[in-house]
Design a protein around this ligand. Sequence first.
Ligand SMILES: [Zn+2]
Length: 171
Amino acid sequence: MRPLFQPIHLSILSEAVSLSEEIISDRFGLTTEYWLKNPFEVKTLKDEWPVRLPKGVFAHLEKYGNNWYEKFFGKDTQCLYKVLIVDYRVLKVTGGNNTIMMPFLLYIMTHELIHMVRFSRFECAVCIEDKTEEEDKVHLLTESVLSRVKMANLDLVIDFFNGKRITLSMN
Ligand SMILES: [Zn+2]
């Protein structure tokens, strides 16, 4: 059985979710109305098991919405996004260390919400042909948004995602 988030990790996650929403709202000028039209939920594997996941990812974004023709005829008023956090991979890479987990979860939530904002604004298609190019853009935006945030160990996490660190171990 793979380790899943315990209550302490879930409370760190919920803090990271609120903070990332605040940071993204600020950076992209998103209003309450935007979030009402584009709600998202955050799940962990405890809620979703079993699930097929892309190899090695820490989080996975899915969109539920109406069909394209409803969008075309203006009937599409709402869609729902779901961010699935891969508990055991996050626990493994952070070593379950709370002071690393907060900036780590903030990073992955910010990254997924930037994907979501870009989908919702049609800045990229949901069926992206060049996923690598989109990933690179989102990666740069995440770094730029988070570079203004002051949080312990966030610099380590950014270095990790930049490939400048191969581990998040504090030792
Ligand atoms: Zn991504």
